[in-house]
Design a protein around this ligand. Structure first.
Ligand code: OXD
Ligand code: MN
Length: 619
C-alpha cells in the first residue's frame, strides 16, 4: 500500500477539530434512556452535543445491515417519504418526491466558513466561522422536535486505502439517511475504521422547514465540519458527497499534498492491456454515461471494454514508488441524472438502477414503474408527474423533473471495474476535461504538457444545466468542473494543481473534449455516447506513445486519419469540421476567460499568466 506523499509544499498543519465536548451539557447520568451508544468517545460526545441542541424525540443509530435498511424504507413508506414501486419490476426500489422548491444544489446558499475571507477566496460565498455557527445554532436549536435523528456513520473510499476517511452524519431526513446507505460504505464498518481517532468529518443536517430563505450549506474546513440546514436535495443533504468528498477533502488534500476532484474514473481494456483515465465534466454533461460507456460492436469484437471505477469523484495521490498518480472513488453509489438515460444511451446505468434504488422526482406509472423524459421513445399515455399531479403527453409540463435522479449502489453496475474496491486504487494515465459547448470548442485536443493542461482545466467553460438552480444554457467558466466544489481559495487550488507536477516523475497526459459542438443546422457534429470510444482510443494511444498528433494553436490534435471513423456516418471532412479552430472565435474565447481571471485579480498564479501569453502569441 502506498503512503501519502510528503510534498515540498507549505508545511501541512492537520486541521484542528472543534472541541464540541466542552460545550456538551450532557453528563454520564443525564443521557436519555435508550440513547444509542457508539464506540468512539469523541463521536459520542459530539453526537450528544448535537442531540442536545436539536432535541429530537428519538435517536436511531444506523448499523448498515440489510434488515435495518428494509425497516427504514418501510417506515419511510408509512410516513409518506417513499412510495414503494412495483417490487416485481424493481425489487428494493422506492420513489421519493422532494419539496418542489428543493430540486437542485443551491450554490447561493453554500458557504465556506473560515476565520478570514481570503481562505474562501473570490469564488465562494464566505461566512465568518463564528457568526456562521451562531446563525446556524439558532436554526438547529430544537429543530428536530417531534422528529427522529438518525446517526449515520460512513466511510468514504475503499477500506484500507491511504486516503479513506470516516464521516458521521446526523440527520432528521429519512431520505438522506437511506440515500447515504447507498452512496457510502455505511454502518458499523465506520466505527471499525475510525477506532478511537477523532479524525472524522462532523456532518450535521436538518431539513428544517425546507424554506429557501433559511437554507444554509456551511462548510468549516478548519474544523472538519459541515452543517447543512433547510434542504433535503442530494448535493445539499448527502453530506459525504459534494460537501465532504469535494469541499472538505479538497482542502485536506491541499494541506496534505493530494487531490479531491470532480472526476469520473474509468478503465479501458484492450485485450490484456488496461488503461485508466479520469475525466472532469461539469454537472449533467454526460459524465455518468461516459463512465459507463459501452463500445460499439466492432470495438467489442476487437476486445474493447470500458469499466467504471467511479462516476463523479476521484481522490488522487502520488505513488512514491512509481512517481505516478493513483486514484480511488470515495463513493459506493451513483447519484445520476434520469432524463435522457435509457437502454440505448446507458444500459449499464439502467441495470444499476433496476434494484435497490431510490428514485427522486421521477414520474410514476400506473403499474408502479417509473418514467422520465427520454427513458422510452414514446411517452406513456398517462402517469403521475413528479409533483404528484396527473400527467398526459402534450399537457405542457415535464413528467419528471429535469434534475430527477437515481441513487443506485455501484455494485449493481454490470461494468463495475474490479479495482473499484481496491484500496491501492488505479494508476491514472490521462486526465480529460470536457465541457458542453455548442460552438467554438473542438471535439478533442491534447494539452502540450501538465502546466498547459492545468491552464486548459482552469479555463474550462460549459453551458449551465439543471443540476444547479439558476439560468440554464449560459456559458459559465467552471475550472476543472470544480467551481462550486472548491472548498478554499481558488488561487491556492490552481497553485496546488501546478505543484502536483513536481511530485510526479511521470504525470498523466491532459486532454480536452467537447461532445456537444453543433453545426449551423443545430445538429450535433459528433454522435457521442458509445462512439466516444473512438476518441478515447486516440487518447489511450497518445498516452502509450502510439498515436500521431499535429501541433496546433490549442495543443496536439488528431488528423482525420488518426481517428477510426469506420462504421460512422461521418466523413473525414465532417470530422475536420468538428475539430476546426476558428481564430476569431478563439480570440473571443480568450477574452471570455477574463471573466474568471478578473475575479482572481492580483492573485492570478504567474503560471496562468505566462501560459496565457504563450497562447496569445501563438494566435
Ligand atoms: C452531481 C452534480 O450531482 O455534479 O453530481 O451536481
Ligand atoms: Mn457531480
Amino acid at each position: 500500500m502506498q503512503s501519502i506523499p510528503n510534498q515540498n509544499q507549505a508545511a501541512p498543519t492537520p486541521p484542528p477539530v472543534a472541541d464540541f465536548s466542552r460545550q456538551s451539557r450532557h453528563t454520564a447520568d443525564n443521557i436519555p434512556p435508550g440513547f444509542p451508544s457508539v464506540p468512539n468517545a469523541r463521536a459520542a460526545a459530539w453526537i450528544r452535543w448535537c442531540t442536545d441542541m436539536c432535541r429530537p424525540d428519538r435517536v436511531v443509530l444506523l448499523d448498515g445491515t440489510p434488515r435495518q435498511r428494509a425497516q427504514l424504507l418501510e417506515q419511510g413508506v408509512a410516513e409518506g417519504v417513499f412510495i414503494r414501486l412495483n417490487q416485481s419490476l424493481l425489487p428494493g426500489c422506492y420513489l421519493h418526491r422532494s419539496n418542489p422548491n428543493d430540486v437542485a444544489r443551491s450554490e447561493q446558499n453554500t458557504y465556506i466558513c473560515t476565520p478570514a475571507r481570503d481562505m474562501a477566496g473570490p469564488t465562494n460565498n464566505w461566512l465568518d466561522s463564528r457568526s456562521a455557527y451562531e446563525t446556524l445554532r439558532k436554526l438547529f436549536d430544537g429543530c428536530m422536535a417531534g422528529r427522529t435523528l438518525y446517526i449515520v456513520p460512513f466511510v468514504m473510499g475503499p477500506i484500507g486505502s491511504p486516503l479513506t476517511r470516516v464521516g458521521i452524519q446526523l440527520t432528521d431526513s429519512l431520505y438522506a439517511a437511506a440515500s447515504m446507505g447507498v452512496m457510502t460504505r455505511m454502518g458499523d464498518i465506520a466505527w471499525e475504521v475510525l477506532g478511537q481517532s477523532d479524525d472524522f468529518t462532523h456532518c450535521l443536517h436538518s431539513i428544517g422547514d425546507c424554506d429557501p430563505d433559511r437554507r444554509y450549506i456551511c462548510h468549516f474546513p478548519l474544523d472538519n465540519t459541515i452543517w447543512s440546514f433547510g434542504s433535503g436535495y442530494g448535493g445539499n443533504a448527502l453530506l459525504g458527497k459534494k460537501c465532504m468528498a469535494l469541499r472538505i477533502a479538497g482542502f485536506q488534500g491541499f494541506a496534505q499534498g493530494w487531490m479531491a476532484e470532480h472526476m469520473l474514473i474509468s478503465g479501458v481494456q484492450i485485450d490484456h492491456e488496461k488503461t485508466y483515465v479520469a475525466a472532469a465534466f461539469p454537472s449533467a454533461c454526460g459524465k455518468t454515461n461516459f463512465a459507463m460507456l459501452i463500445p460499439p460492436d466492432d470495438y467489442k469484437r476487437a476486445g474493447w471494454r470500458v469499466s467504471t471505477v467511479g462516476d463523479d469523484i476521484a481522490w488522487m495521490w502520488v505513488d512514491h514508488a512509481t512517481g505516478r498518480l493513483r486514484a480511488i472513488n470515495p463513493e459506493a453509489g451513483y447519484f445520476g441524472v434520469l432524463p435522457g438515460t435509457s437502454p440505448a444511451t446507458n444500459p449499464n446505468a439502467m441495470a444499476a438502477m433496476a434494484r435497490d434504488t431510490i428514485y427522486t422526482n421521477a414520474a410514476l406509472l400506473p403499474d408502479g414503474d417509473v418514467w422520465w423524459e427520454g427513458k422510452t421513445a414514446h411517452p406513456p399515455a398517462h402517469c403521475v408527474d413528479w409533483l404528484g399531479q396527473p400527467w398526459t403527453p402534450g399537457c405542457g409540463r415535464k413528467a419528471a423533473h429535469p434534475n430527477s435522479r437515481f441513487t443506485a449502489p455501484m455494485r449493481n453496475n454490470p461494468a463495475l471495474d474490479p479495482a473499484a474496491e481496491d484500496p491501492a486504487g488505479v494508476e491514472i494515465s490521462a486526465i480529460i476535461f470536457g465541457g458542453r459547448r455548442s460552438s467554438a470548442v473542438p471535439l478533442v485536443y491534447q494539452a502540450f504538457n501538465w502546466m498547459h493542461g492545468v491552464y486548459v482545466g482552469a479555463t474550462l467553460g460549459s453551458e449551465t444545466t439543471a443540476a444547479a438552480s439558476g439560468k440554464i444554457g449560459v456559458v459559465r467558466r467552471d475550472p476543472m468542473a470544480m467551481l462550486p466544489f472548491i472548498g478554499y481559495n481558488i488561487r491556492d487550488y490552481f497553485l496546488h494543481w501546478f505543484r502536483m507536477r513536481t511530485a510526479m516523475t511521470d504525470c498523466p497526459r491532459i486532454f480536452h473534449v467537447n461532445w456537444f459542438r453543433k453545426n449551423s443546422g443545430g445538429g450535433f457534429m459528433w454522435p457521442g455516447f458509445g462512439e466516444n470510444i473512438r476518441i478515447l482510443e486516440w487518447i489511450i494511444h497518445r498516452c502509450r506513445g502510439r498515436a500521431y498528433a499535429m501541433e496546433t494553436l490549442l495543443g496536439w490534435m488528431p488528423r482525420p486519419e488518426d481517428i477510426n471513423l469506420k462504421g460512422l456516418a461521418l466523413s473525414p471532412a465532417d470530422f475536420a469540421a468538428a475539430q476546426k479552430v476558428n481564430v476569431e472565435e478563439f480570440k473571443a474565447e480568450i477574452l471570455a476567460e477574463e471573466e474568471l481571471f478578473i475575479k482572481l485579480a492580483g492573485d492570478l498564479p504567474k503560471e496562468i499568466i505566462f501560459i496565457r501569453e504563450l497562447l496569445i502569441s501563438r494566435l
